[in-house]
Design a protein. Structure first.
Length: 392
């Protein structure tokens, strides 16, 4: 195992009706003028936004609003938010929604707290020295951004999708009411479950140190999401299943399941970022579409981990060679994806990429990771292209 730093400062307020505490929490963390940042009309149609603004009004907390955050959130809206915050002298951000609104809010926070071009952080040209404080009311269990240090933004020019991580952007609080996720389309729920599992799987498939306790936590989380994803497929209003998945989403990406290893592999995410940037696909679906091809490309170099995953998470029979067990585990994972309506290749995802498109994505991915990256197996541009081609 490796030594590690584990930092999770976010205060979690979990349960039915917890959004009613938003004003008290904003005050607790020093907010006096708030930017409420959200996505589409769902938070308006559900009445959630009105309940939040009423609470802030009753508490005498001033606020301005900025909607429009979309999946694969855009840099253009980040710029708009930065200017609005500076104009209105905003001192606290409140993201109401899922990962897109939260990631966009984090980028706005960087832009307000730091001079210069905010994209520099996502383009790895410099490091942030601060971020405007933010809180979250979560409506989608998926990205884990409500407790994580990371955010992902898409630059419209060139369709470049990049992530940036800094502890400055960890939310001060996260309000998590599983009932708020019950209006999600089934496809979006499945995408969220896929993303949650992948955040743990990226940390699990490594060749750089592991802890027995961390493995047990990771495997338990993965089995829990797998089980409850099936329950939600058949019973979307099941509160307990919603709660299990929502809490798993936070624990999957707050660093817990990576304690003691080398930080994880993350190449499935990097490969998907190029899909999301170019084709604007749902993140979870993109991950499912690429994972099997990545797994078959790297498993021989990380065979003990793939065997352990097959036995302890996918619960395949412990018969045959290690390689046969590992491959059955990969097949079982793809069967699970199909069972919840997720794609297992790019054609099922609806992506009609030419080979030229695949070459472009591989080049952009290699640039985005600094040439090569990976822990299960280090991948260069040639390997990335091979995985993209296999995923067709």
């Amino acid at each position: 195992m490796f030594g590690f730093n584990y930092y999770t400062p976010t205060k979690v307020v979990f349960g039915k009706g917890t959004e009613s505490q938003v004003a008290d929490l904003v005050k607790e963390f020093g907010g006096t003028k708030v930017l409420i940042h959200y996505g589409g009309g769902s938070v308006v149609r559900s009445g959630l936004l009105k309940r939040v603004t009423d609470r802030l009004d009753d508490a005498g907390i001033s606020f301005v609003t900025l909607g429009g955050a979309v999946p694969n959130p855009h840099l253009g809206l980040v710029y708009e938010g930065i200017e609005l915050c500076k104009k209105e002298k905003v001192d606290f951000l409140l993201a109401v929604g899922g990962g897109s609104a939260i990631d966009s809010a984090k980028a706005i926070g960087y832009g307000v707290a730091n001079e210069g071009e905010v994209w520099d952080f996502y383009d790895y040209k410099r490091q942030a020295k601060g971020c405007l404080p933010l809180g979250v009311i979560l409506t989608i269990a998926a990205t884990g951004s409500e407790m994580s240090d990371s955010s992902v933004i898409t630059k419209e020019e060139g369709l470049v999708k990049r992530g940036y991580s800094s502890d400055y952007a960890r939310p001060r609080f996260a309000i998590m009411d599983p009932e708020l996720t019950m209006t999600l389309p089934d496809y979006q729920t499945a995408c969220g479950c896929t993303d949650i599992m992948m955040h743990t799987m990226e940390r699990y498939f490594t060749n750089g140190g592991n802890m027995e306790l961390t493995d047990a936590l990771a495997e338990g989380l993965l089995r829990t999401v797998k089980k409850n994803a099936i329950i939600l497929r058949d019973d979307p209003k099941n509160y307990d299943a919603r709660a299990e998945v929502m809490w798993a989403g936070s624990l999957a990406h707050n660093g817990l399941t990576g304690c003691g290893n080398d930080g994880g592999d993350w190449m499935t995410h990097k490969l998907e970022h190029e899909l999301g940037g170019l084709y604007d696909v749902a993140h979870g679906a993109g991950l499912a579409a690429i994972w099997g091809s990545w797994a078959r490309y790297v498993y021989k170099d990380c065979l003990p981990r793939f065997k352990k995953y097959a036995l302890n998470v996918m619960e395949v029979e412990n018969t045959g060679s290690d390689e046969e067990i590992a491959l059955r585990g990969i097949e079982a994972m793809e069967d699970f994806y199909r069972s919840i309506g997720m794609p297992t290749n790019l054609r099922e995802l609806g992506v009609k990429a030419t080979d030229e498109d695949l070459v472009t994505m591989a080049k952009k991915c290699a640039v985005g990771v600094g040439g090569e990256m990976g822990s299960a197996k280090v991948l260069n541009e040639e390997a990335m292209l091979a995985i993209y081609r296999a995923s067709m």
